[in-house]
Design a protein around this ligand. Structure first.
Ligand SMILES: Cc1cc2nc3c(=O)[nH]c(=O)nc-3n(C[C@H](O)[C@H](O)[C@H](O)COP(=O)(O)O)c2cc1C
Length: 231
């Protein structure tokens, strides 16, 4: 979805040593992110950028920071893994009684942020309303998780204070003994997926001389509009 390479970053006229000092010694091709060449659907574009990041060797391109806020506007953020993306939005799984889950209960909006450093120099911001993924989908994903991950989700009430690691390890050992391991533990009610339904998506790609490309998609009356922002 990108037009032709336009230059090499080191061709910006800035001596290489200065770029090194600046932490930007990246002799990679800069690609134009262009209103006309990006996909009209930001989620299709994001999927394509995720694939590019994977192909470029990013070990975990689906890791994203998700910010939520309390009802009185106090924000917090944490990393989660994107576990599904389709035309409806971005899905991640968590404990709905965790701090983020409590935020989302009273203030069901979130912002997600991806960043892929070398060699792509891209960031994507997504924000919108959040809904719970339905039980069938949460069950299917639960069953796909390794047994150990399911056990730890059962015994760990995410974000609660715990007296020590030994307490968690003991709970794990007890549950492992008590359970029929063929079936594994059922999904706790408090564990499941959330879907961020994008209202605004911004693509960012580093440009030479900090003249970065920023394209913002906004959802209006069921259609996406694209506008360019100053870097
Ligand atoms: C790379 C990475 C991926 C993570 N993925 C998840 C995830 O998919 N779901 C989750 O609940 N926590 C995940 N975590 C842990 C969260 O960052 C966080 O510690 C946890 O969800 C509790 O957050 P909260 O107290 O703000 O609710 C991940 C952490 C890292 C560093």
């Amino acid at each position: 979805m990108l037009s032709q390479p336009r230059s090499f970053k080191a061709a910006s006229g800035v001596p290489l040593q200065e770029l090194v000092d600046d932490g930007l010694a990246l002799i990679v091709q800069t690609l134009v992110v262009d209103e006309a060449s990006v996909d009209p659907d930001p989620l299709t574009q994001l999927s394509s950028w995720l694939e590019s990041a994977r192909s470029a060797g990013e070990p975990m391109p689906e890791a994203m920071a998700v910010a939520t806020a309390t009802i009185d506007g106090r924000p917090s953020s944490r990393m989660v893994l994107l576990r599904g993306i389709d035309h409806r939005g971005l899905v991640f799984y968590t404990d709905r009684e965790s701090d983020k889950g409590r935020d989302l209960k009273t203030n069901p909006f979130a912002a997600a942020l991806f960043h892929w450093f070398l060699p792509l120099h891209r960031q994507v911001r997504v924000s919108g309303a959040v809904e719970e993924v339905d039980d069938d989908q949460s069950d299917a994903y639960w069953r796909s998780r390794p047994l150990g991950a399911r056990l730890s989700a059962v015994i760990s009430h995410q974000s609660e204070v715990v007296a020590g690691r030994a307490v968690l390890e003991q709970r794990m050992a007890e549950l492992a003994v008590a359970l029929p391991l063929e079936t594994g533990p059922p999904r706790p009610d408090r564990w499941g997926g959330y879907r961020i339904r994008p209202e605004v998506v911004e693509l960012w790609e580093e440009g030479a001389d900090r003249l970065h490309d920023r394209l913002r998609y906004k959802s209006q009356f069921g259609r996406w509009t694209i506008e360019r922002l100053s870097p």
